[in-house]
Design a protein around this ligand. Structure first.
Ligand code: HEM
Ligand code: HEM
Length: 234
C-alpha cells in the first residue's frame, strides 16, 4: 500500500495523525464564506451588492491561485499528487464503498479528489469569466474593454450557466460529507477544523508526516493576491 491510499486500519489502537495544515484549513473556510457571498450578491444584484460581488470574486481568484501552487509545494495530504488518481483507483474506491471491507482514507479519497479538482476548475472559470462579464445595466468586470460586446455576452452566459454547475458541485460535496458522517460514521469535518484525524495504528501509510511551513503559504498567497490586483486594476 502507498502513502497515497493510506488506509485506516480498524483493528489497531487509534492515534492522531496530521491531515490538513493551517493554510489548507484557512483556504477552505475562507472559500466557503466568499463563495456564499459571491452567490448571494450575484443573485441579489444591487449596485452595492455587485461591488461586493466583484471584490469577493477577486479574493476567490487569489485563493484558488494560492491552492493551485499549494497543491504542488504544500503539506503531504494537500498535494495533488496525493489525491488525483486514475480511473482504476476511482472505480476501485467506488466499489469498495459498497462493500463491508471498506476502509477510510486519510486525506481526500480518489472520488473526493476529483470533486475537489472539479470545484477548483469551476471556481476558476467563474471568477475568470466574471472579469469579462457585464449585465448591460450596472455592473461590468474590469476586463470587458479588452473583448468585443459579443464575446463579453458569451462569457456572461458562461458565467450564468457555470453558477448552476457550482451549485451542483457544492450540493454533491455537502451530500458526500454528510453521507460519510451518517452512513460510514466517518467525520471528515473535524479534521478540516482541527487539522488532525484519529486513525488506527502504526500502519506504513499512516506516518504522521510534518506539515509544510506556513510562512511559505503566506508568501504564495501574497503573490497570488498581487497578481490578481495587477490584472483587475488595469
Ligand atoms: C461554498 C461551499 C463550499 C465549497 C466551495 C467547498 C469547497 C471545498 C474544497 C475546494 C475542498 C478541498 C480542500 C483542499 O484540499 O484544499 C473541500 C474539502 C472539504 N470540505 Fe468543503 N466546501 C464548501 C462547503 C463546505 C461545508 C459547509 C462543509 C462542512 C459541513 C465542508 C466540509 C469539507 C470537508 C470535510 C472537506 C474535506 C473532505 C475530505 O476529507 O476529503 N465544505 N471543500
Ligand atoms: C467565483 C466567483 C464568482 C461567483 C460564484 C459568481 C456568481 C455569480 C452569480 C450567481 C451571478 C448571477 C447570475 C444570474 O444572473 O443568473 C453573477 C453575475 C455576475 N457576476 Fe459573478 N460570480 C463570481 C465572480 C465574479 C467576478 C470576479 C466578477 C467581475 C469582476 C463578476 C461579475 C459578474 C457580473 C457583471 C454579473 C452580472 C452579469 C451576469 O449575469 O453574467 N462575478 N455572478
Amino acid at each position: 500500500m502507498t502513502a497515497k491510499s493510506s488506509r485506516i486500519d480498524n483493528v489497531d489502537p487509534p492515534r492522531s495523525v496530521r491531515v490538513w495544515d493551517v493554510p489548507t484549513r484557512l483556504f477552505h473556510w475562507s472559500l466557503v464564506l466568499l463563495v456564499a457571498t459571491s452567490l448571494y450578491t450575484g443573485n441579489v444584484g444591487g449596485l452595492r451588492e455587485m461591488d461586493l460581488h466583484k471584490l469577493s470574486g477577486y479574493a476567490i481568484l487569489a485563493l484558488v491561485l494560492f491552492r493551485l501552487v499549494w497543491g504542488v509545494v504544500g503539506s503531504p495530504r494537500s498535494r495533488f499528487s496525493d489525491f488525483v488518481r486514475g480511473p482504476g483507483a476511482v472505480i476501485g474506491y467506488a466499489r469498495s464503498l459498497l462493500s463491508k471491507a471498506h476502509r477510510g482514507v486519510v486525506g481526500h479519497n480518489p472520488m473526493g479528489g476529483w470533486s475537489v479538482m472539479a470545484m477548483l476548475a469551476s471556481l476558476s472559470l467563474q471568477a475568470i469569466t466574471g472579469l469579462f462579464s457585464r449585465d448591460d445595466i450596472l455592473t461590468e468586470g474590469p476586463l470587458v474593454r479588452y473583448v468585443s460586446k459579443e464575446t463579453s455576452r458569451t462569457l456572461s452566459a458562461i458565467h450564468d450557466i457555470n453558477a448552476t454547475v457550482l451549485y451542483v458541485l457544492i450540493g454533491l460535496h455537502l451530500a458526500a460529507v454528510l453521507g460519510y458522517l451518517i452512513f460510514r460514521k466517518d467525520n471528515l469535518i473535524r479534521p478540516m477544523l482541527t487539522g488532525r484525524k484519529t486513525v488506527a495504528a502504526a500502519e506504513g501509510g499512516h506516518q504522521d508526516e510534518p506539515f509544510a511551513r506556513a510562512w511559505v503559504a503566506g508568501i504564495i498567497l501574497a503573490a497570488a493576491a498581487g497578481a490578481v490586483w495587477l490584472v483587475v486594476s488595469r
